[in-house]
Design a protein around this ligand. Sequence first.
Ligand SMILES: [Zn+2]
Length: 344
Amino acid sequence: MRATVMYAAGDVRVENVPDASLVEPTDALVRVTHACICGSDLWPYKTMERSDAGRHMGHEAIGMVEDVGADVRTLEPGDLVVMPFAFSDGTCVFCHEGLQTSCVHGSFFGTEDVAGAQADAVRVPQADGTLVVLPVDEDDALMPSLLTLSDVMGTGHHAAVAAHVGPGKTAAVVGDGAVGLCGVIAAKRLGAEQIIILGRHPDRIALAREFGATDVVSERGEEAIERVRDLTDGFGVHSVLECVGLEQSELTAIEIARPGGAVGRVGVPQDETMPASQPAFYNNVSVSGGPAPVRAYIEERPPDILGGKIEPGRVLDRVIGLDEAPDGYRAMNGREAIKVMIEP
Ligand SMILES: [Zn+2]
């Protein structure tokens, strides 16, 4: 089968690799019908040191179950399923608490633990706890939106939950990538009255406005902080969704939170330390967030998506075949595409 392998920064290849197969009795084998390239795949694309073995990329997918291990109870061949970016058993203490990304038997796709989904097929560990059957056909027009349940929609929602977005509150979204745009959808869905997007790409800003952003701040650094305060009676916002993970964006997120506000961060932090400790302290700003337990959110979102109430699939603005994956990385890295969908 074909798989997308990254060997070094800027070096992504589609190669023939041994077929994915069942290993554990709790595994499912899934033929990938839809996958995508994630903003977080761009970090190694910019920085990865050369590796002879390479890294099998991809952690977002919809696919068809082809085979299941002897202990799998809830799935059978022919089921169309969505795969969260982390696998989880669904039975441990953290899964019961809705924090499947901390599952004691879990881990992430596209890592040393399990190969990635930008491929013809993927082995899914802990299949009963991980996969969710979709009530549609694989050629359904809603497929892009359902695919965002793998990561970006659930991650944007997690940022909004961690930032305590609620009815009548003010919110700001730092970052206009796919997660930030889904964060706008989530903030609106949870009732935010004012939603300020911090971003500077015209196509993304336009989509953010359609998703419900009420104000746009395209400045950076100190100027961005001033602009957000100007838009909020000088106080800052109740809820900040940090969807980037760089020092500057984290600093901005804390500085634009009003006293008593909250920052929900889902951008993978690129530094060990978190900036703005003192402003966060003196303003009683709470900072939380982390890898989104998208598995917990998948079952909540489909009614909104199936009913056409939200359309997060609009962030997938380019569709390619698996062989074109290297071009997909280039397009996303060059900001020519917001997010690329792969149809193997
Ligand atoms: Zn678990």
